[in-house]
Design a protein around this ligand. Sequence first.
Ligand SMILES: [Zn+2]
Length: 432
Amino acid sequence: MSQLLIKGGHVLDPAAGVDGILDVLVAGERVVAVGENLDGGDRVLEARGKLVLPGFIDMHVHLREPGFEYKEDVASGGRAAVRGGFTAICCMPNTQPVMDNRTVVEFVRGQAARAGWARVYPVGAISKGLKGEELAEIADMRSAGIVGLSDDGKPVASTELMRLALQYAAPFDLPVISHAEDPTLSQDGVMHRGRVSSLLGLKGVPAEAESVMVARDLLLAGLTGGSLHIAHVSTAQSVELIAFYRSRGVRVTCEVTPHHLLLSDQAVRDTWYDTCTKVNPPLRSPDHVDALRRALREGLIDAIVTDHAPHHQDEKLVEYDYAQFGMVGLETAVSLVAGELVGKGVLDWPQVVALMSTHPARILGVEGGRLEAGGLADFTVIDPGQKVTVDPKDFVSKSRNTPFAGWQLTGAPWGTVVGGQVMMWEGTLTAR
Ligand SMILES: [Zn+2]
């Protein structure tokens, strides 16, 4: 069994009680020891000045395969994940065909195994064909390896179907991931409804389109005892509702994206209608952004995810009204979190480890999220001092749709180790 020794990094995992300048010894796909002055290793990697963290898990990614491989595929998305410092990702089921049955789940897992970059955990559809009418084959998909259920991209408009999903998923310990949006309130809105949308003459989506559905799903989680995970929270009311029902014992967790923490609806105006700012849920007004940052700091939000949503540039180089929703995130998230959240005192590194590794592993019920002897050798290594300028031309993703081009940030992914295999080191991907 080949051995790997990572020497002299700042090893940090609050959940495992580790925080110090230490070595990590790996044999095969597992950690053998974490300690001072360890010996051994067929391969020794120097990590002085770097943070060595349990592998980051992005719970919310669109890999676009099968069906939309011109935007991204399992291999290119897995590679972009590793490049961005993620050792594992969850992929959403809004593919073509929809991932609502065993065959598609097995296909995606097979593609991921063949590609061999990040671990890929499929999320199965709640409803057949994402139509919101009847439940997909949940038990069958569970035995094929899904880690959660979601109709993400679309809300589950039927309250009864959402109730059934939460009830049915509960014994399987599958979180139901809610894309919370009331379609009768959001209609054909393209940005947050408020002062800026009026000024720009664009159709707005009110904050309540999200919060109403968050409230509904919390009530249903309470009713059924199911485990609910709210995707990409974007409003002040959503986090208040979640905190309230959580305090009353409802099984609920939630996630937030870097873009909802760092950009407001003013970005649509400031970029002159750059369609890379068009995302669902929309970038909200600054009061919502402030509320999200406060909730994050106070521990009311469980995870940071990218909602990586690749699109071809032809789908973005159109009028704002006609552009597709979504932006890529796998290759910018770590630097945005390092530079804009840790660097500006919103979060510290132990909180980041919890939000991007420990909690996602726990919510999904997957191994990982711990850096300790006996655990999986999945690591995210970060150079906290590296200065980077975001340049979409450098992305290994097939798509370039980011509103963060040109941002200057401090802190960058430097190494990614998945199951003891070094996928990236010194910022350079391992050829494969
Ligand atoms: Zn969504």
